[in-house]
Design a protein around this ligand. Structure first.
Ligand code: HEM
Length: 400
C-alpha cells in the first residue's frame, strides 16, 4: 500500500461528538478493532497501550492550548513555556529539581501527618452519618496536605485552593473565551500571593517543598521560582481530588470489592492502582511533534499532536485479565494514569501516599457506606469524574 493509501485508511475519531460524550470507551473500542491509531482534529489518537508508551517515551512536549496575546497578553506570557511544553535538557533539569523536592524518601516522613489530615475530615463525616464525599473529604484533603508543604497558613488554604483550581482552567481547550478574565484574575492573585510567600520563605528556609525549590533554583528569578511552584500546585491539587472521587465511585458501584477492602485494609495500595486504571481521571496523554519525524508509523509535521487515549490503553485486553472488571487485589497493574516516559508525573509518590492513606482510613474506620442520590459527573474531557458522591456512612467507632 502506498504511504498516501495507508494514511487514507486510518479511521477518524470525533471526540467532540455526542456519541463519544455518551460512551467514549465504546467508540474507542470500535475503532480499535480496525487498528491502534486514528485521525483527530489535532493529529492522531493512539489506542494501543504499547504504541502509546512508545509515543509518550519520545522527548517531546505535552500539547497544551496556547492563549493568544490578543485575548490576554498577561496569560499569553505566563503560559508561554510551562514545564509541560518544554523538552530536552531544559526540561530534564527542571524535572530533576521537582523530583528532588518531591522525592519518595521525604514524602514517606509525611505519612503520619497525611493520615491525621484525612482522619480529621473523616471524623466529621462519621459524626454526621454521611454527607457528600467529594465536598467533605476528597476536595479539601489534597489542599490540606499540600498547603503546609508550601508554607501556606491554614487560614488561607480555601482562598489559595480556589485560585489554583480556577487558574488551572487555562489548559482546558474547551474553555470558552468568556472564562479567561476569571482565570486571569485568579492567576494574578495566586502569583502575587506566592511572590509574597517566596520572600517570607527565603528569609526562613525550612524542610518544606517550597524551601527546597528555592534552594534548588538559586539564581533563577522570582517569577520563575513562583511559576514552577504554582505549576506543581495546579498539577497536584485537582488531579488527586478527582482521582480519589473516581476510585471511590468505582468502589461504591462494586460493593463486593469495597467489602474486600473493608475486610483487609492492606489492600488499599492495590485498590489505589486499580482505581487509577479502571476509573482513570487521565483520559489522554499528549505529545506534540516539534520537527518532521516519523512517529507511531506516520510522518508527522511539526505541531502534529499525538493523543494517547490512556483510558482505553488502561483496558487493553492484551495486558490485563478481564480489563472491564474492578479487581481490588489486581497486581501488577501498570496503568498510564500518571502518564509515561519523559513527562511522567513527578508528584506520583505524594499522590499515591495521599490516596493509600485515604483508602486505608476508609477501610479501617467505615462500617458501611451507601450511595444515596444522583451522582453528577464532569464531561469526558475532564475525565467524567463524580462531582458529588452523597452517601449514608456508618463508622465502625459509631457502631461499636
Ligand atoms: C492522582 C493524582 C495525579 C494524577 C492522576 C496525575 C497525572 C499526571 C499526568 C497524566 C501527567 C502528564 C504525564 C505525561 O504526559 O506523560 C502529570 C504530570 C505532572 N504532575 Fe501529576 N498527577 C497527579 C498528582 C500530582 C501531584 C500530587 C503533583 C505534585 C504535587 C503532580 C505534579 C506533576 C507535575 C509537575 C507534572 C509535569 C511533569 C513534566 O511535565 O515533566 N501531580 N501528572
Amino acid at each position: 500500500m502506498s504511504e498516501q493509501a495507508a494514511a487514507d485508511s486510518i479511521p477518524n475519531l470525533d471526540w467532540r461528538g455526542a456519541e463519544y460524550e455518551a460512551d467514549p470507551l465504546g467508540v474507542l473500542r470500535d475503532i480499535a478493532t480496525i487498528g491502534d491509531i486514528a485521525k483527530t482534529e489535532l493529529g492522531y489518537a493512539i489506542l494501543g497501550r504499547d504504541l502509546g508508551r512508545m509515543v509518550a517515551r519520545e522527548d517531546l512536549p505535552i500539547s497544551v492550548g496556547h492563549i493568544p496575546p490578543a485575548i490576554s497578553p498577561y496569560l499569553a506570557e505566563r503560559t508561554k513555556t510551562p514545564l509541560l511544553t518544554r523538552h530536552g535538557p531544559e526540561h530534564v533539569q527542571l524535572r530533576s529539581i521537582l523530583t528532588r523536592a518531591l522525592r519518595a524518601q521525604m514524602i514517606e516522613t509525611l505519612r503520619p501527618a497525611i493520615r491525621a489530615t484525612f482522619d480529621g475530615l473523616l471524623d466529621k463525616v462519621i459524626v454526621a452519618g454521611g454527607g457528600d464525599l467529594v465536598r467533605d473529604l476528597f476536595n479539601p484533603y489534597p489542599a490540606l496536605v499540600l498547603a503546609p508543604l508550601l508554607g501556606i497558613p491554614h487560614a488561607d488554604i480555601d482562598m489559595v485552593a480556589d485560585w489554583v483550581t480556577t487558574s488551572a482552567g487555562w489548559t482546558n481547550i474547551l474553555n470558552p473565551v468568556e472564562r479567561l478574565p476569571r482565570i486571569e484574575a485568579a492567576w494574578r492573585s495566586l502569583e502575587a500571593y506566592m511572590l509574597a510567600l517566596l520572600v517570607e520563605r527565603r528569609a526562613n528556609l525550612g524542610g518544606d517543598i517550597f524551601s527546597e525549590l528555592i534552594r534548588q533554583m538559586a539564581g533563577a528569578d522570582d517569577l520563575e521560582v513562583v511559576g514552577i511552584a504554582m505549576e506543581m500546585t495546579r498539577a497536584g491539587l485537582d488531579t488527586t481530588r478527582r482521582q480519589l472521587a473516581s476510585t471511590m465511585h468505582a468502589l461504591l458501584e462494586n460493593p463486593a470489592e469495597w467489602q474486600r477492602l473493608a475486610d483487609d485494609p492492606s489492600l488499599a495500595s492495590t485498590v489505589v492502582e486499580e482505581g487509577m486504571r479502571y476509573a482513570s481521571i487521565t483520559h489522554t496523554v499528549t505529545r506534540q511533534a516539534i520537527a518532521e519525524k516519523e512517529i507511531a508509523g506516520v510522518a508527522a509535521e511539526p505541531g502534529t499532536v499525538f493523543t494517547v487515549m490512556a483510558a482505553i490503553a488502561n483496558r487493553d485486553p492484551s495486558v490485563y485479565d478481564a480489563p472491564d472488571r474492578f479487581d481490588a487485589a489486581r497486581s501488577p497493574c501498570p496503568h498510564m494514569t500518571f502518564g509515561f516516559g519523559s513527562h511522567v508525573c513527578v508528584g506520583a509518590p505524594l499522590a499515591r501516599m495521599e490516596m493509600v492513606e485515604a483508602f486505608t482510613a476508609l477501610a479501617e474506620r467505615v462500617q458501611s457506606v451507601t450511595l444515596c442520590g444522583e451522582v453528577l459527573r464532569s464531561p469526558v474531557s475532564l475525565g467524567r469524574v463524580p462531582t458529588t458522591l452523597r452517601v449514608v456512612l456508618i463508622g465502625r467507632d459509631a457502631s461499636a
